[in-house]
Every structure is written in structure tokens, then in C-alpha cells.
Design a protein around this ligand. Sequence first.
Ligand SMILES: [Zn+2]
Ligand SMILES: [Zn+2]
Length: 377
Amino acid sequence: MTVNLRHVRTLYNLYHGGKPLDYIFFDNSKWNPWIKYFYDLIFQIHFNHFLEFTVTFIQYYWIWPLAIQDIQTNGIYNLYWITLIFSYNLINVYIIYGLWHYFTYSIDDYHDAIKTLKDYKFNPINQYEGEEGKITLYREIFYTTLGVLHSAALQCLVLIGYTQGKIHFYEDFWTYPIFSIGGLMLMTYWRAVHFYLAHRVMHPYGWWSRRHSDLKGTIWPYLDLGQFLYTYVHSLHHKSYNPGPWSGLSMHWFEHFVYYSCAWLPLLYTSHPLHFLYAIVHCNISPLLGHDSYSISSNGFHWLHHHLFECNYGGRFFPVDSLMGTQIDYEDWIAAGKGSLKKTKIYLEEKAKLKVTAPNLSTEEQQRIARSKSLND
Ligand SMILES: [Zn+2]
Ligand SMILES: [Zn+2]
């Protein structure tokens, strides 16, 4: 999920002393939960990616024709079309991530007008304050840039494949309307499954693993592939223990390679170029809100992954973690006393046996939990 109108309006409200907005067009929170779930699964999940669709369509209908024309006139070995693709990707990511960071973190370093925003932050400490905060921010921007360069390079290769007849595709979107629209929708679901798998392999698998201490140079990473990938690759992403907007794409180059492999799927069959392009733009932009650490943007699901590590490898909405037994909901973590993963799991076991009574939560926490249930990232 990424920034949409509701989030922008919510920020505006908070800046002016108002409340977060739970919906933008109509309130469906009172619907039958199953009807709401299927409505969200089939429709809302795509509306939530309006920004990705916009960036994709601008690129496909405006940037790509210029690039293709240049390839046809001057061949693939010239810098104009390559610069065009790289610039477009870098500019849209910098604008979107930069603006959201600016309005949620750096405007006057927590200016009075947005002090109220702190009430909605999962971890109230501003991780970007001070010298260490600056280093964190620059590191995240640097690795995000590497990710976008990877993404742009992949787009250039695929564009060469399309124009040189090496990758099969069909040109007219409306020749197969159901397949074309269904293919775009499929990318969102595929992204959820792919992200779970790509992420899960980078965490330790077995009980013998040493989890998250620095194990570089010891024998432990060689006893468990997940431990190895965590120690030498994914731990870079987890340096953002208290993540922010720029943390989402802040990954090791090998993790970028695995992460963006999601967009390879539509290249394996005769698809429309928009399917590939949407998948890769989705990869570029959608990690933003799940990492910004605000309950106005997300339900705390991925924030808890950064906080507790061994849970919530995928997204909250698509229930892969639930099926695999690795799901911890934010409200359960709160109810369990904001403790360790072990403590939360004990609470969940007791809850399952109906031995737990509802904890006494503050009004603010109850409101935060109610809001988190209405979101679906
Ligand atoms: Zn992780
Ligand atoms: Zn993350």
C-alpha cells in the first residue's frame, strides 16, 4: 500500500489539529466482516495502489514511446533513452519518498504543528534526529537509490527485449480485456506471495540458529541458509530497527535482486508490457507506508517484523503468515504487554485456550487498534 488521498488528507487534518481519516469516500467499517474482507480483497486493495498505477501509466504512455522512438532511430547503444528511464524512476521515487519523509519527519524537526503526529507513531523516538539519525537517513537513501538503479536497469533490459523481439508480448491492451485487466490485478496478489517467500528465505530456519547477533566470521551462518542470508544480506535492511519511509527499499544488492525478481513473472508468458511495468513500479513504491512507523499509514504489521524479527514476513492483508503460523497482530502485541516475541506467543497460546481476559487498554491504544483493523496493507 502506498500514499493515497486518505493519507494526505489525514496529514492535513493532523497539521490543523484534527483527527485521522479512516475512509475517503464511504465508511464500510460496519459491513459484515466477510463482505468487507472480499470487497477489500477484490477492489480496495487495487484502489490503494492508485499512485503506482499513475506512475506506471505515465511511464508507459509518455516515457516509453520516447525511449522506443530513440531505440528505433539510434539503436540500443545510446545514452538518451537509458538516461530517460533512469531519470524517470529516480525522480518519481525521490519525490514520493522525499515528500512523505518531509511531512512526517523532517519538517522543522517536529515542529509544533506536527507534534500531534507523535501520538500516532509506533515508536515515539524520532530515529532521524541528531548526527546518528542523519547517518541512518543517508544510509537508507543510498541503498534506496541502489534499488531504484537496479529497477531501472531491469526496465532497460526488458525494453531492449521487447524492441528486439526477444520477449513475447501483445501490444493492444484491449485485444484481451479480461486477461489484460486480470493480469494487472494478479500482480498485486503475486507481489504478496513473492514478497513473503523472498523475505522468509532471508531469516533463520531452524531452532539451532543463533538469531540476530552479529555472526559474521563464525561457523553459525554456514549451518543454516536463512541464517547465512540474514547475516550477510538481509541484516542491512534490519539496521532500520525503528524504520522510516526511506527504510523500505534500503536493502543489500542481492536482496534487491531477489526482491525485484517478482517482476520477471509476466515475462515468462505472452503478457502486456503494462503487467511487467506495474509489477516493478509496485516494487519501487509500495514499501513506503509499511515502513513509515505511523498508525495513520499502516496497521503495524511490518513495523512489528522490524521490532520482533521472527514474525510477519509478509503483509497483513494476504494471510500467508496466518497459514504459516508466523502472524503477530499489533493489537495482540499490545495486549501481551509490548514484550518479546516469546512473551507474545505465550499470550497467544493462552488466548487460544480462552484463558485470557481482555486487558485494560488506554483509550488512545483502543483507538489505535480500532484504526489498525480498518486498514489493509
Ligand atoms: Zn526481515
Ligand atoms: Zn522492512
